[in-house]
Design a binder for this molecule. Sequence first.
Ligand code: SF4
Length: 660
Amino acid sequence: MEPLIKSLDSHYCDSLTQYSRRKTIPVKVGDVIIGGDNPIVVQSMTTVDTMDTFGSVEQCIRMIDSGCELIRITAPSIKEAENLRNIKAELRKRGYHTPLVADIHFTPNAAELAARIVEKVRINPGNYADKKKFEVIDYTDASYAEELDRIRDRFLPLLKICKENGTAMRIGTNHGSLSDRIMSRYGDTPLGMVESALEFLRICEDEKFFDVVISMKSSNTQVMVQAYRLLVQKLNEGGFKPYPLHLGVTEAGEAEDGRIKSAVGIGTLLEDGLGDTVRVSLTEDPEFEAPVAKALIDRYATRAEHASIPEINHYPITPFEYTKRQVSEIYNFGGHNVPRVIADISKVEKITDREMKAVGHFYLPELDKWKMNDLGSDFVYSGSNPIPFMLPNGMKEIQDVSVWEKAPDQINKFPLFNINQYREASRFHSELNFLEIEDTEIVQVIPAVAGRKDTILILKTSNSHSMPALRRAFVSLLEAKCDLPVVVKVSYSDQTADMTMLYSATDVGGLLVDGLGDGIMISLEKEGDHTRQEVLEQIKLHNSVSFGVLQAARTRMSKTEYISCPSCGRTLFDLQETTAMIRKRTDHLKGVKIGIMGCIVNGPGEMADADYGYVGSGKGKITLYKGKEVVKKSVPSEKAVDELINIIREDGMWNEPETI
Ligand code: SF4
């Protein structure tokens, strides 16, 4: 067996410091070209039953109008594959020429038919020629080779049809549905995901079929990012052509969580120039997906013009596996502490105790007590607007050093310095000081903090290539063996809530997935014309996005995680309604992961590492899972949420929701 990963150096992108899109071969999909020098393509998938021709067509049109340039439709069997002909004809009749992609799992015969009708076929290499049995088989090299021959026989007819019809293909690996063969040899790993695609890609190349796009999706953002990087490295090392990449995070969920999770995965890769087409999967109507994908992609239109970032000679970070940067424990930062959230309330003068609910802390006047929800920030930065009341125990205040020096309480408040103030200071807090620095100041900062065990760096950048600029500063700290904890600070001026979610998830999440960062602080750049209420709304958003980014990057679990599929023509219940219902009853179960999947065919595999699963298994019937194990089959849907809660309760993971 070849070594798992030959080198941990960064051969997965052109540059870690200068934005540049990876050069890929162009793949023609109807009138759209993925890869080459072409703009990144936005795509999405329908959720209407594929047999409902007019419903599908109407939905496709809504998707196209919202910015979708490529539309995927599920074809679970021959009859749906056949109906793609009617959907395509109706769309063309109405003047829409957007290329269609057939989504195939398990059914080569449906793929072979669809490849004659639509412009592209997506196959899942984990189940194209294999049925999942969750078996671990010890393959000898000979029996493994026999399996590969079997795949080749199964796959060749499709390749022939694609070649004859000019149909493109996506080899779409899903972390949750790897074949038993791959699982037994490589395990549930990024390398297994890559190898799963390469098994099929080798056959494509042998047959001189190159119209291939590849994806490596997972609902775990760390795994997803690592798998795409490893894929690029393996394509380079193996002498394959540079195939375009389709980026996506599976089962990302809905609303804020879905957007943040998608951006942590997709945005991190886009920053390094990877990705030629993007699909954001939300448990929402598909016309809401394209604008999110577009907002992510649009950030790179002029990115190459960014201020220069010093090159990296040797990259000390492992891009294919998660390794947390080792840092000292200072106060409650670093060491084994979870990353901290600092809420910036410095733009609010004389904030009141009641307004602290924006950062998750609730004052109850009748009891004269504080309560905190799951999103209670750990610190507040008040700048030059000191808080005029006593704070709850769990929360601490950071003040500008000029304010702190005159503060009556210098023990429970902590000073924030800039580099000049820090160098010249005669007095520090004995345990905890904050030093705010620009990435460009890192060279001066390193000697200034040498030997200190009382300082947290707050790192920010004004470089438009933000994540790589911040990452470069981390590289300098690693090279200098500076082990002070670092809070990553990002600031945004007026922008939509969606943009704040997507940008901070990319700019900070992209560092967290590589083990960089011991805290997050999101600030409002300028007050502008905002009313006090609007500023408080922004602070509330920044606070919840901060926790969302930490959770999506899997570094701090503060809420229940929902791994819900985006739904498709296979879905057996209203996913949005059901997700909302489950969420209402369980969203106080901090750290518990619940999979909500539309069908039993792909759902159990794709809910990945969920602790519990709610999976549609027939009309009005639900199968409930604990991990990968079926606990209750065919539960009527009206009783299924109660039964799910019973399973969680029996497992000792339930607690009653508190009311605030
Ligand atoms: S799990 Fe959801 S999105 Fe995936 S095939 Fe089933 S219903 Fe469709």
